[in-house]
Design a protein around this ligand. Structure first.
Ligand SMILES: Cc1cc2nc3c(=O)[nH]c(=O)nc-3n(C[C@H](O)[C@H](O)[C@H](O)COP(=O)(O)O)c2cc1C
Length: 397
């Protein structure tokens, strides 16, 4: 059998605290510091504990050149290599590793920069409930936030004395300024008022729709409302439609060139909010949004040009940011409200929409709809643009 190292693996020397009741009973604190090697591979979801021999052996294996295991004379070394094979860090040509080899091939074929690939794979959540985490944080101590964390960084980095600042004229009011004032992240939804088909379609078009396409032989690029590295627009919009006139509740993909919905699965209305809650990691204030949108990047589209590139992953994340802000403004123009969150269960979303994390990775979840009449969940509206009481925040003069 031939083996080689997987395409991308980073090893982190990690220190953790280990609690043992027996040590406590025998007179100590019960807590011991444990040092360990943790392997983070771009094709595997699990973090893997390595022994020192495995760590050493990993460094002797090429990710390109295949080695015949029968040619390894030292039985101890062979056992270590077989251990690495069992963990999926060595790839075999024999096909007995489930889909480990296919996943490694996908990483290779996608032109990921190694460190970006490991970062993306190992920062995804499954089944996280942020509400539960917040409650636990609250239970751990009743000291106020400021006491526990200390003061945050100042809101502005001031580089010169106030007297040396060159005052700039106020910007005149404009349509854009009015929209910007209306942009308040929404956490309260009016579920009694469905979104009209026109509001739904227009907001999607403004944000994600292609205004035009241009073709060089073999390369089609879109003109969208937002800029995109290389003009490649890798970000896809996957929708959970909950409350839109004329659109059955369910999962859809938005086709930006045809400006059309691609139906993926129906969702029973009674199951929809629980599904939304899974996407947004238990954030109840987003689960009733009329439309929930997963922003997922088809990495190969951007990495086709920016191969193994130090900036490419940053570029696709920026893409999602541009789309989110455009969604906020497009919604505001129609009197609607929007949100974005990075606290999302990527691994659940991949399962729900059938996405491979290294080929079409989830970057954020946003959404839009009608804002509700009452503030149950706090919104940040110091200008009083959408709530008459303004939330009591100080206005910047
Ligand atoms: C990258 C990013 C992640 C965010 N994640 C969350 C989140 O997890 N939960 C949430 O309620 N709001 C989230 N927000 C919204 C911010 O809390 C919000 O923008 C901030 O409170 C300022 O309010 P404003 O958007 O109304 O100006 C996020 C915003 C951004 C840009």
């Amino acid at each position: 059998m031939q083996v080689r190292r997987c395409a991308v693996v980073f090893v982190e020397p990690r220190e953790r605290l280990d609690f043992d009741l027996a040590r406590l009973v025998s007179g100590g604190t019960g807590v011991e510091t444990v040092l360990e090697w943790i392997a983070l591979a771009a094709h595997l979801d699990d973090e893997l504990l390595l022994c020192a021999d495995e760590m050493q052996a990993l460094g002797t294996m090429s990710p390109e050149k295949w080695v015949d295991l029968d040619s390894i004379a030292d039985p101890a070394h062979l056992r270590v290599l077989q251990g690495l094979l069992g963990k999926g860090l060595l790839i075999s040509d024999a096909g007995a590793q489930g889909d480990v080899r296919r996943r490694d091939e996908d990483v290779r074929a996608s032109h990921w920069r190694g460190i970006s690939a490991a970062l993306h794979r190992h920062t995804r959540w499954r089944g996280i409930d942020t509400l539960e985490a917040e409650q636990r944080f609250g239970r751990e101590s009743d000291r106020p936030f400021l006491d526990r964390l200390g003061a945050p960084e100042a809101p502005v980095r001031e580089r010169v004395e106030p007297g040396r600042r060159i005052a700039l004229g106020k910007a005149a009011d404009s349509g854009l300024e009015a929209l910007i004032r209306q942009r308040v992240t929404c956490r309260n939804w009016d579920t009694t008022r469905p979104l009209s088909t026109e509001d739904f379609a227009t907001t999607l078009y403004r944000t994600f729709g292609a205004r035009a396409t241009s073709d060089e032989p073999g390369i089609t690029v879109m003109k969208r409302a937002v800029p995109s590295a290389g003009g490649l627009h890798p970000t896809e919009a996957y929708l959970l439609v909950q409350n839109v006139e004329g659109v059955r509740p369910g999962l859809y993909h938005y086709h930006p060139i045809d400006h059309a919905l691609e139906p993926l699965a129906e969702v029973a209305p009674e199951d929809s909010e629980a599904l939304a809650l899974r996407l947004v990691a238990g954030q109840r204030h987003f689960m009733k949004a009329h439309v929930v949108i997963v922003l997922a990047s088809r990495f190969r589209r951007t990495f086709w040009k920016y191969r193994n590139h130090a900036k490419a992953y940053r570029a696709v994340i920026l893409d999602a940011g541009h789309l989110s802000q455009t969604l906020y403004l497009a919604a505001a123009e129609r009197g609607l409200a929007a949100f974005i969150t990075a606290a999302v269960n990527e691994r659940d979303i991949e399962e729900i929409f059938g996405l491979d994390p290294m080929l079409e990775g989830v970057l954020a979840v946003s959404g839009f709809g009608w804002r509700g009449e009452f503030v149950d969940e706090v919104e940040f509206d110091p200008l009083g643009s959408v709530w008459p009481n303004g939330g009591g925040m100080k206005k910047v003069e």
